[in-house]
Design a protein. Structure first.
Length: 567
């Protein structure tokens, strides 16, 4: 399809062949790749289905025809802002899809506009969705990813231990082995850096910043060999036991942040920024274990089996590449002592409006002292930064492919989830899971989602015979103003509750503890093949490791009401 004049005809032929079941496996793979990588081809595909629908099924009256065109975005203004009136919902759909996948919005508009064609067209779009599904999503297992081909067969991929989460002036010893943002780090892969800084996010939840010249080998999601250079490691609770081996030392994290320096002779230094590290020399088979705690340091010499205590030098290490957080700019979120994660769109200062947001930074405040950023390493599947009619920043999710995910996080017996969102009038999600706003990755899993009529639902997927438990349903969300959703789950008190815009919607039990460490998914199901993507705008997400008393909840509502003009 190199000739642009022939592309539409070739695409139509491929679509008809695929939908009729006549396409070969190679043709399906090609169509899958083309639709996954090209927004223009996705637009052409949706237009073809739309034209084909009109040829086979025409509207009965002139009024229906006039109403139909706006629903597929004809005549829209390219830079029109997000509508604040429900009657202008067509502009909402066009604004959300301006830089994302348009297929979902057009599909749903067609389904709304052509009731007589609903079943046939939906069947086509279901098939197209399966073909266009973007692969490569990291699975829930820390050390094992599995992808599904269009023919349904699974394929085991190389063992992936993490991703490149940032680079700063990186110069590689071997340019053929250079890495870019989002590249996978596989088992046994060696990184040889001449200069600059590379930041890795490991599937265990640990983060490693490597400063060149450096030699680093990932031997597992919880272990690495460092032959040279400066390393700063940060390991949350779920990654305790993260180990760095140098020529002269073995260093085991116990939930902390620390730095390691290895010189050209193999001599090593350990500098603990926070927490506790267990260390021993590798120069003797039964060396005594030693502890180094906050602001303590040790040196391991090749000529000695006994480490020596030295003065800590935290300033010598690059600990992270994320932009410096200016605390005076941080919103005045109350009750932050129990905060676990917090994302706010107006803090996405490193991205411009209409730019893809590949990382939603976790705002550090009070009890939330470890950054659990939400990532999307495939830029084509990242949400887009936008501004609504009131000038408020938000992240626009396209309902088809865009989502974000954290590294593994340890839940607590008490959880309070707060989400501010503005859904689109339409959805392309399935009827069971709905549009996922927030999902905990592993079973048992808390799921907060929008059902097909835009009503909010919170529940826990317990799997097995128990299925879904702690089911709370709420009212229908508006499409012309942000809504604030709060879902509390307290397994200690056996109660779960759901609020929308300050009003209690429902209360039920919370019979099991949700304590399984896992990734949190924003805007999607943990299984990329489940059609449960959110279509709309997200303003803010906050999770607390606590359930609140009435007065505390009132202060929380006051915060959201002031920020988003919630009635």
């Amino acid at each position: 399809m190199n000739n642009t004049e022939d592309e539409p005809l070739a695409l139509e032929a491929m679509l008809l062949s695929a939908l009729s079941g006549e396409a070969s496996a190679q043709e399906l793979d090609l169509l899958h790749t083309l639709l996954s990588e090209s927004e223009d081809l996705r637009l052409q595909a949706s237009k073809f289905l739309y034209d084909d629908a009109l040829l086979k099924y025409h509207s009965k009256t002139e009024r229906e025809r006039k109403d139909f065109a706006p629903k597929v975005g004809e005549g829209r203004e390219a830079d029109a802002p997000l509508s604040t009136l429900a009657s202008r919902s067509r502009r909402f759909g066009s604004s959300i899809n301006r830089h994302g996948l348009a297929v979902a919005a057009i599909a749903m508009s067609l389904l709304l506009g052509l009731a007589g064609y609903t079943f046939t067209l939906k069947t086509k779009l279901d098939r197209l969705y399966e073909l266009a599904l973007v692969e490569g999503a990291d699975g829930p297992s820390p050390n094992h990813w599995r992808s599904r081909r269009p023919n349904g067969r699974s394929q085991v991929e190389p063992l992936v231990l993490g991703r490149v989460a940032g680079l700063n002036n990186a110069v590689w010893k071997n340019e053929a082995a250079r890495l870019a943002f989002g590249d996978r780090i596989e088992l046994g892969q060696k990184l040889e850096l001449e200069s600059g800084v590379v930041e890795l996010l490991l599937s265990s939840g640990a983060k490693v910043t490597i400063e060149g010249p450096a030699e680093f080998e990932a031997t597992s999601a919880l272990e690495a060999n460092v032959g040279l250079g400066k390393i700063a490691a940060a390991a949350p609770r779920v990654a305790r036991g993260y180990t760095i081996l140098t020529p002269t030392a073995e260093l085991v994290d116990i939930g902390t942040q620390f730095g390691v320096l290895v010189d050209e002779q193999g001599d090593s230094e350990l500098h603990v920024f926070d927490g506790d590290v267990v260390a021993r020399s590798r120069n003797a088979p039964s060396t005594q274990l030693m502890h180094a705690r906050e602001n303590e340091a040790m040196r391991f010499n090749a000529a000695s089996a006994t480490p020596e205590r030295i003065e800590a030098r935290q300033a010598d290490f690059v600990r992270q590449l994320r932009p410096a957080q200016v605390d005076t700019d941080v919103p005045a979120l109350p009750l932050a002592d129990s905060l676990s994660i917090w994302y706010a769109s107006d803090m996405c200062t490193e991205f411009a409006v209409d730019e893809r947001v590949t990382v939603w930074r976790d705002i550090l405040k009070s009890g939330n002292d470890f950054a659990d950023d939400a990532w999307q390493f495939d830029e084509n599947r990242a949400p887009t930064l936008m501004k609504d009619d009131a000038g408020r920043p938000a992240l626009r999710f396209d309902g088809w492919s865009s989502y974000l995910a954290t590294s593994p996080v340890q839940p607590q017996p008490q959880q309070t989830m707060c989400i501010v969102c503005l859904p689109a009038p339409n959805s392309y999600a399935n009827d069971l899971q709905g549009q996922m706003l927030l999902k905990y990755g592993d079973v048992p899993s808390i799921e907060l989602s929008l059902i097909d009529d835009r009503t909010i639902r919170g529940w826990v997927w317990a799997a097995g015979d128990r299925g879904n438990i702690a089911v709370n349903r709420g009212s229908q969300l508006a499409t012309d103003a942000p809504s604030v959703i709060i879902y509390e789950y307290d397994s200690e008190a056996n109660v779960s509750s759901l609020w929308v815009n300050g009003e209690l919607q429902s209360t039920t039990d919370a019979p099991i503890a949700v304590l399984q460490p896992g990734r949190k998914f924003i805007g999607a199901h943990s299984d990329a093949h489940v059609r449960a993507k959110f279509f709309g705008a997200l303003y803010e997400v906050a999770v607390f490791d606590k359930c609140f008393e009435a007065e505390e909840m009132e202060s929380l509502w006051g915060y959201f009401t002031d920020r988003y003009d919630v009635p």
